[in-house]
Design a binder for this molecule. Structure first.
Ligand code: UD1
Ligand code: CA
Length: 474
């Protein structure tokens, strides 16, 4: 096999997106558009050259290692963009990829390169036969052979009827490409140097031109505006779900489930309807993600259960833990193995130990909860004094009674008990009981005594003794 250089064109302004952000940085199912062409290029290429526009720091940053970046200072068209890559390319085969066609598959590109090299063509175009060719360049053939590509805006009414389109993916024999590019002129509707014109130049020079159609025309879909972005995202979303289901994940309602391209999920995990899983998230096997959950940039072990409507961001949940319904794990929350975080509980920057329970209505922030500790309903860590955040440490097997306020900084020792309704402001040693609340006062017969002191209502024989205290008494 010849040496293969992939040139990715990513310098276009993306005017039709009407965005301040370069088109290729717009996310598609959690990955910037440019990430898709880079991923397929990496699987094939000996060398990758990325053509970026001026002021494209974000695009450069997204490129990662092993990519040569060249700049196209003036956006004078796709032909001009390829020309900027010349010095970085070397000889052999050049595969040109647009950065705005994320559904192109690695297999299709591999077949294109093989076909190109096996036939000894000077250029091979990847085409697609589509129902709605509007907006794409059309393939003009003569006697079955490719002769030229005409852009939609330059096409005659008859040419516009052609359904075989240019995908903007081509293989070239390097030397012939540079020679042909030198002859391309900007004599078209946009006054740009079109890479498509190279095909006509090569055909005229008598070189062998080949074309290969994508097996699935959706691979050709390019993204030029936000409507196309949404349409391609819908297709990519379905591909992701199909891939997960093929790998053993049960997805009860693919129509309402969103899983980004950056997510991995283990087998025998079940995803209920209306779930969104995004960012670099890893979910183990045998998990249950119930309806309405949103999981972002988090790591879940095996056998984790998320009951309905849990929201997780940058959290870690270890094997066998149970969360929700309705819990909120904010960044740097870590739930240990088999721990339980229940209804209406919010965690922030906190560790919940192995087997510990925070079952109901709590806020736990900047805290460590020890193994097998029990944090009663309504417990709040008072972590913020209006200026700084302070930490709470709860020891292993400690028992925090219901409706406790833990005023940080604070340490509750191992196996200590806190009486329900306490406000705890001082450290509690291991094994101690702390109660911080008003003493309960009981006055027996109080109600009757009070009633006896009141004048009878309605004169003698009234029912004063039986009257309950009124709200405005006292
Ligand atoms: C291009 C093709 C068209 C094809 C379609 C497939 C040309 C002239 N037309 O049209 O035949 O059917 O793709 O989707 O090539 N770019 C640069 N520098 C530039 C201009 C563009 O790097 O000066 C990059 C863009 O970032 C993009 C790619 O080249 O990744 C294609 O450019 P775009 O403007 O999207 O071309 P289309 O109009 O879609
Ligand atoms: Ca395009």
């Amino acid at each position: 096999m010849d040496r293969l250089t992939v040139v990715i064109l990513a310098a276009g302004e993306g005017k039709r997106m009407r965005s301040r952000q370069p088109k290729v940085l717009h996310p598609l199912c959690g990955r910037p558009l440019i990430g898709y062409s880079l991923r397929t290029a990496r699987a094939l290429a000996d060398r990758i050259v990325l053509v970026v526009g001026a002021h494209a720091a974000g695009v450069r940053a997204a490129a990662g290692d092993g990519v040569t970046i060249v700049e196209q200072r003036e956006r004078l068209g796709t032909g001009h963009a390829v020309l900027q890559a010349r010095a970085a390319c070397g000889g052999g085969t050049i595969l040109v990829l647009p950065a705005d066609a994320p559904l192109l598959s690695g297999e299709t590109l591999e077949r294109l390169v093989q076909h190109h090299q096996a036939t000894g063509a000077v250029a091979t175009v990847l085409t697609a036969v589509v129902d709605r060719p509007q907006g794409y360049g059309r393939i003009l053939r003569q006697g079955g052979r490719v002769k030229r590509i005409v852009e939609d805006r330059d096409a005659t009414d008859d040419q516009k009827k052609i359904r075989e389109i240019n995908t903007s993916v081509y293989c070239f024999e390097a030397r012939r490409l540079w020679k042909a590019l030198a002859e391309v002129k900007p004599d078209n509707d946009q006054g740009e140097y079109y890479l498509t014109d190279v095909i006509g130049v090569l055909a005229k020079a008598g070189g062998r031109l080949e074309a290969l159609a994508t097996p699935d025309p959706v691979e050709a879909l390019g993204i030029n505006d936000r409507k196309q972005l949404a349409a391609v995202a819908a297709l990519q979303r379905r591909r992701i779900l199909d891939r997960l289901m093929a790998a053993g994940v049960t997805i009860l309602d693919p129509a309402s489930t969103w899983v980004e391209d950056t997510v991995t999920i283990g087998p025998d995990t079940t995803i209920y309807p209306q779930v969104l899983i995004e960012g670099p998230t890893t979910i183990g096997s045998d998990c249950v993600i119930a309806a309405g959950c949103q999981v972002s940039a988090s790591r879940l072990g095996d056998g984790v259960t998320l009951k309905p409507y849990c929201v997780l961001g940058e959290a870690v949940v270890e094997d066998g833990a149970t969360l929700g319904p309705f819990c909120h794990l904010r960044p740097l929350s870590h739930v240990g193995p088999r721990a339980k975080v229940g209804n209406f509980v919010e965690l922030k920057k906190s560790r919940i130990g192995r087997g510990a329970k925070v079952p109901h209505l709590s806020y736990v922030g900047d805290a460590t909860v020890g193994e097998d500790a029990n944090v009663g309903a309504g417990t709040i860590t008072c972590n913020y004094d209006g200026v700084a955040k302070h930490e709470t440490r709860i020891g292993d097997r400690a028992f925090i009674g219901t409706n406790t306020s833990l005023v940080a900084p604070l340490t509750i020792g191992e196996g200590a008990y806190i009486g329900a309704g306490s406000t705890i402001t001082k450290d509690v040693p291991a094994g101690a009981l702390a109660v911080g609340r008003g003493h309960q006062v009981v006055r027996e017969g109080w109600a009757a005594n009070r009633a006896a002191k009141r004048p009878p209502v309605g004169g003698a024989g009234g029912r004063a003794a039986a009257a309950p205290p009124q709200p405005d008494d006292d």
